[in-house]
Design a protein around this ligand. Structure first.
Ligand code: UDX
Length: 450
């Protein structure tokens, strides 16, 4: 087993550290946030991630997992993972300051032959920057490996311990072997490539997943215009192994700490280097329009939203997490507030202060029924299991108007309507029970016979 250091105790750093310790390695995880480190030393991870606290406690008890809030003079590790955050600027460029600081600091504390591993999602070409920084600051030679993570929030521990592939990019084969050895216990499929290709695989993977979601959301809009059911369309598509049923859930669209940042960053990198990412630009535009489509549904039922009281179910960017970064649900809340509506927000896990941070002016409800009091609509904005079975009887009794806008297609529309609700959803006109709209004239390209 090996000595491993991980720099950065965020989602990726803590999950990677605890999982490497579980695989038998001796892991030191370093973060400059002393509060975060003291919580971790007590076995409490700073993030809501199933199984993670137990894994951290197991690592501490085994003596293989250590958390430091400062760098030791010498890092006793043959492999050092850089897992610090790489936030994106509004126009898309990734901010590498944390990476640069970490590498400059680590380089003075490691010996020749140490392998530096980029675990954070970093722009294509960062490997060379890290290589240069390390050799300017430390006594090399060092090797640099790109080892992008493919962890989903809410299932990050599972995803780390059951990888569908490990991508390792480097100019030094021996360094790839050394990093591959750390994962040996998982017997994963390992892809060995050059460093830029490894960095690109990460961006292309996330951009494709976002594209798949925006694709099904565009199909949902077409289904609404043409009278088809997008959920059944997705099921029929997904039976084709080349398509797969995953990431074909139409709804309020994608958010989180990764997709928005990575799609913007890849678009920015492409444009900055003379490529023309038309598809990526459309993927982002379609995604933003999903929030506007849900607002339009509310307006078509309620009229102007000024002064309306709307219950929004969900604040996190997806179910099974407390993360509200780039949350589609909170973007919808902000749009409601902009239109002068009163937005009441419920989330099973996200704390009120986090909701207030993401959507200043929103009212928080401790329970669904409390939030329903006087509400003229209830919008399902996050795919929490808590919202798949609503208490229709009490909800209807509390609400001022029985309107459900199911922006994540969680409910059976016919059951909601049978319970006395007006039901709106995404891409499933049959479930809404509205007279089928007249098919808008299909836009026929000029010069083409009708
Ligand atoms: C994603 C990638 O899945 C993961 O591989 C990468 O390492 C990090 O980014 P994550 O951001 O945790 O993971 O969330 P994910 O489960 O991918 O969902 C992203 C967003 O897409 C969420 O807002 C979710 O609600 C939305 N989504 C997902 C859909 O709208 N429809 C779908 O079918 C799937």
């Amino acid at each position: 087993m090996a000595n491993v250091a991980v720099i950065g105790c965020g989602y990726v750093g803590v999950v990677s550290s605890a999982c490497f310790a579980k695989l038998g390695h001796d892991v030191t995880c370093i973060d400059i946030d002393a509060d975060r480190i003291s919580a971790l030393r007590m076995g409490r991870s700073p993030i809501y991630e199933p199984e993670l606290d137990a894994l951290v406690q197991e690592g501490l008890a085994s003596g293989r997992l250590h958390f430091l809030d400062d760098y030791p003079d010498q890092l006793d590790a043959r492999v050092v993972f850089i897992a610090v955050n790489t936030p994106g600027s509004q126009e898309g460029a990734a901010d590498l300051r944390a990476v640069r600081d970490a590498v400059a600091t680590v380089a003075t504390r490691i010996g020749p032959g140490t392998v530096l591993v980029n675990k954070s999602t970093v722009p294509i070409g960062t490997g060379e920057i890290v290589h240069g920084m390390a050799h300017r600051n430390g006594n090399g030679p060092f090797a640099v490996v790109s080892n992008p993570e493919f962890l989903r929030e809410g299932s990050a521990v599972h995803d780390f311990l059951h990888p569908e592939r490990i991508v390792l990019g480097s100019d030094d084969a021996w360094a790839i072997d050394m990093v591959a050895e750390l994962y040996a216990g998982l017997r994963p499929a390992i892809q060995r490539v050059d460093i830029r290709t490894a960095e690109m695989i990460k961006y292309a993977s996330n951009a494709f997943l976002a594209t798949k979601i925006s694709f099904i959301n565009e199909m949902a809009a077409i289904c609404e215009a043409l009278g088809a059911d997008v959920r059944e369309v997705a099921t029929g598509m997904g039976m084709d192994s080349r398509i797969s049923p995953h990431f074909l859930y139409a709804g309020l669209g994608w958010g989180g700490s990764c997709f928005p940042k990575d799609v913007r960053a890849l678009t920015h990198m492409a444009e900055a280097h003379g490529a023309h990412p038309q598809l990526l630009r459309s993927v982002s535009e379609i995604n933003h329009h999903q929030r506007l489509r849900v607002l339009a549904k509310l307006r078509s039922s309620l009229g102007p939203l000024e002064g309306r009281r709307v219950l929004v179910l969900g604040a996190s960017f997806k179910g099974n997490t407390d993360d509200t970064r780039n949350s589609p649900a909170l973007e919808l809340v902000r749009l409601l507030l902009l239109e002068g509506a009163t937005a009441v927000v419920h989330d099973p896990v996200v704390r009120p202060e986090r909701i207030a941070e993401g959507a200043p002016g929103a009212v928080c409800a401790a329970s669904i029924l409390e939030g329903a009091d006087g509400a003229e609509a209830a919008v399902i904005a996050t795919e929490w299991d808590d919202y798949r079975e609503l208490d229709f009887v009490n909800l209807r009794a509390r609400m001022a108007r029985p309107l459900i806008v199911d922006a994540r297609n969680l409910l059976d529309g016919r059951a909601a309507r049978a319970a006395g609700f007006e039901y709106r959803c995404v891409g499933r006109p049959g479930e809404e029970g509205l007279p089928f709209p007249v098919t808008p004239a299909l836009a026929v390209p000029t010069g083409v016979e009708r």
